[in-house]
Design a protein around this ligand. Structure first.
Ligand SMILES: [Zn+2]
Length: 553
C-alpha cells in the first residue's frame, strides 16, 4: 500500500519503547534506546534518533532529512523527503550515479521529526548500507548487524555528529567545556584520539594504561553526549572509547587498548590550544600480523563488493547432506537421511535443468559417497556457484518434533538452532584426521567466512524465506520458519547459502512421508518454486534500483 501512510496522523500516538542493538561480528556491540511511537498498531521510529543511534550523521533541511554513511572512505548520503515514497542514496558530492528505492510507506513529518514504520526503516537502512538491519517486533528492538571497522574508513563520523549538535543549538555558555566531537586516527604504530571542545579549557588528568590496557583521561568540568563519545574498533590498538559522566560535573574518558596484540611503548596527553582539543596518543611496537590481517579484510571486502555487483543467477550448487560412511540421521524404521536427501536433490536438479536451461546445476554429490563438509563449499566456489542449497533431514530426541526449517548462516538465535547446527557439524568427526584438517577453522577463517557470508546475508535470508514459503505451499509439512545457525557447511561458500531441513526423520509420521517418492518430488518442487519467487523478486529489485542489467530468463 504505497503512499497511503502520508495521510496518517501521529497526533494521538503513544510513546513506544524501542531499542537498537548493534551487533558486530557475532557479538552485541552496544544498545541504545531510540525514539518511537505507536499508532494504529504500527510502531513508527524517529529516523533521526535511529541514525544517531547507529552513529550516523544526520541533518534536517526543511522537509528533507539527510543521513550520511561513510564506508571505505566514501560518504553516501541518503535523502528522505516528507511524504515521499522515494528515497535516494548518492555519493556525497554527486547526485548522479546514485540509487533510488521505493518505500512501502512515505515518511511522516510531525513535530519536526521524520517517522517511518520501524519495519520499513530497518529495510531502508539495510538496502542503503548493505548491512543487515532487522526489526524484531516481539522483542521491540531493531538489530543492526554492522561489521565494526568500516574497512578503509579513517575519518570517524562521531566528529560530524558533534558539529550537528551545534547546528541550530543555543549558544553555549562561554565558560563551560563541552566536548563536541571525537576523531580517532589510526597509525601503523599507534593511535591518536582527539576530543574537540567548545568553551573554556578545563583541567585534565591522564592515567596511563594499566596492566589490563585501560587508560583514562579525566576532564574536571566538562559536558558532552556520552553517545557521541563512544566507539569500538575491531582492529588496531584502540578497542573501545567511552565517556563516563562523573557526579561532580567531571567527565572521564575511558580508553581500552588491545594489549593482546600490541605492546604499548608510550602514551601521553596534551591540550591543543589551536583547535581547543584534548589529545591522547599511544605508540606501540608494530604488529605485522595485525597489519596483514586488516589489509586482508579490506581486500576481501572490496572483492566481495565486486562479486555482489556482478551476481547473476546462473549457477546453482545443490548439496545433498551426508553420504557414504556418514548416514546422517536415522529414522525409527531405519530410514537414512543421506538416501532421502540425495533423492530430493536429484529431483530438484532435474526440475531446475528442465525449467531454467540457462542455469547450470552443480552437485556436490550425485551418488552415495562421503564428502567432507569443507570440500562441499570448495566445490561450490570452484564451479562459480551463485547460490548454495544444502538439503538435510532433521532429528530430535523429542519424537513429536516435526516440520521443515530453512537455515542461513549466522549467530545461533536460540538453543534449538544451535542443537541442529551441532548435529550437522558432527559429520566432521567422520572425516579422517578431522582435527588436523579443521585447524583452518581458526579465528581467522571464521572472520573471513563470516565476512564473506555477511555480504550475502540479506540475499540468503530472502532465498530462505521464499524457499520455506514454496515448501509450505507444496507439502503438508508445517513450516517452522527461517532460522540462523552456525553451520559449518555454510561457512565456506562465497555466495548466498541456505540449508533446508526437509522434515524430522525422528518423527514416525514424517519418516513415512519423507520415504514417499511423491512427497520427495513435492518437496523438490516446493524448493524450486521458492527459488523461482526469489529470482523474480531479485530481478524486479535490480531493475527497480537500476543497479544492473536485466537478467535473462
Ligand atoms: Zn543432516
Amino acid at each position: 500500500m504505497p503512499g497511503r501512510l502520508s495521510a496518517v496522523s501521529l497526533d494521538n500516538a503513544q510513546q513506544e519503547k524501542l531499542s537498537l542493538h548493534v551487533v558486530k561480528g557475532f557479538r552485541l556491540d552496544y544498545k541504545q534506546q531510540v525514539s518511537a511511537v505507536k499508532a494504529g498498531g504500527i510502531v513508527y521510529v524517529d529516523l533521526e534518533s535511529m541514525s544517531r543511534a547507529m552513529r550516523l550523521f544526520n541533518k534536517q533541511e526543511g522537509s528533507e532529512l539527510k543521513i550520511a554513511y561513510e564506508n571505505g572512505g566514501q560518504t553516501s548520503v541518503c535523502r528522505i523527503g516528507e511524504g515521499n515514497n522515494f528515497v535516494s542514496f548518492a555519493p556525497e558530492k554527486f547526485l548522479a550515479g546514485g540509487r533510488v528505492i521505493q518505500l512501502r510507506s512515505a515518511p511522516v513529518l510531525q513535530k519536526g521529526k521524520f517517522w517511518l514504520p520501524a519495519v520499513d526503516a530497518a529495510r531502508l537502512f539495510s538496502l542503503w548500507m548493505d548491512r543487515e538491519v532487522v526489526y524484531d517486533r516481539a522483542k521491540r528492538r531493531i538489530e543492526a548487524f554492522l561489521w565494526s571497522s568500516r574497512p578503509g574508513s579513517r575519518k570517524k563520523m562521531i566528529g560530524l555528529v558533534g558539529n550537528q549538535k551545534n547546528f541550530g543549538a543555543k549558544p553555549q555558555d562561554k565558560r563551560q567545556t563541552v566536548i563536541t566531537g571525537m576523531e580517532v586516527k589510526k597509525l601503523t604504530n599507534g593511535a591518536v584520539i582527539r576530543l574537540r571542545a567548545s568553551g573554556a579549557k578545563t583541567a585534565a588528568s591522564f592515567i596511563k594504561p594499566d596492566a589490563q590496557g585501560t587508560a583514562s583521561l579525566t576532564l574536571q568540568s566538562a559536558e558532552g553526549n556520552p553517545a557521541d563519545i563512544f566507539r569500538t574498533f575491531k582492529s588496531g590498538i584502540v578497542k573501545q572509547i567511552r565517556a563516563i559522566p562523573l557526579g561532580s560535573g567531571a567527565m572521564q574518558i575511558s580508553i581500552v587498548l588491545n594489549t593482546r596484540y600490541y605492546k604499548i611503548k608510550s602514551s601521553g596527553y596534551t591540550w591543543d590550544p589551536e583547535t581547543n582539543s584534548y589529545v591522547v596518543s599511544f605508540l606501540n611496537d608494530i604488529d605485522v600480523q595485525e597489519v596483514y590481517r586488516t589489509e586482508k579484510q579490506k581486500q576481501i571486502t572490496r572483492e566481495l563488493a565486486k562479486d555482489l555487483q556482478k551476481w547473476k543467477f546462473d549457477t546453482i550448487v545443490l548439496d545433498a547432506g551426508h553420504g557414504g560412511k556418514d548416514p546422517g540421521a536415522i529414522g525409527p524404521s531405519g530410514t537414512r537421511e543421506k538416501d532421502i536427501v540425495l533423492k530430493i536433490v536429484r529431483d530438484l536438479g532435474a526440475i531446475i535443468e528442465r525449467e531454467w536451461p540457462d542455469v547450470k546445476v552443480v552437485y556436490t554429490r550425485k551418488d552415495d559417497r562421503f564428502i567432507p563438509l569443507k570440500q562441499r563449499g570448495k566445490i561450490a566456489n570452484r564451479n562459480g556457484g551463485k547460490l548454495f542449497v544444502s538439503i538435510h533431514c532433521n532429528a530430535a530426541k523429542n519424537r513429536s518434533a516435526r516440520g521443515a526449517e530453512v537455515y542461513i548462516l549466522g549467530p545461533h538465535k536460540n538453543e534449538a538452532a544451535l542443537r541442529v547446527a551441532m548435529l550437522e557439524n558432527e559429520a566432521i568427526k567422520q572425516e579422517e584426521d578431522y582435527k588436523e584438517k579443521y585447524k583452518g577453522f581458526s579465528e581467522e577463517h571464521m572472520i573471513m567466512s563470516s565476512l564473506a557470508q555477511n555480504a550475502f546475508t540479506l540475499q540468503s535470508k530472502e532465498v530462505a524465506r521464499h524457499v520455506l514459503e514454496g515448501m509450505e505451499k507444496k507439502t503438508k509439512i508445517n513450516g517452522r520458519g527461517v532460522r540462523q545457525a552456525g553451520f559449518m557447511v555454510l561457512w565456506t561458500p562465497s555466495m548466498p547459502s541456505v540449508l533446508v531441513e526437509a522434515g524430522y526423520l525422528s518423527n514416525r509420521q514424517e519418516e513415512k512421508m519423507l520415504l514417499r517418492r511423491q512427497v520427495q518430488i513435492r518437496i523438490a518442487q516446493g524448493i524450486f518454486n521458492g527459488l523461482k519467487q526469489y529470482r523474480m523478486s531479485y530481478e524486479r529489485q535490480r531493475v527497480a534500483s537500476g543497479s544492473g542489467e536485466r537478467l535473462k530468463g
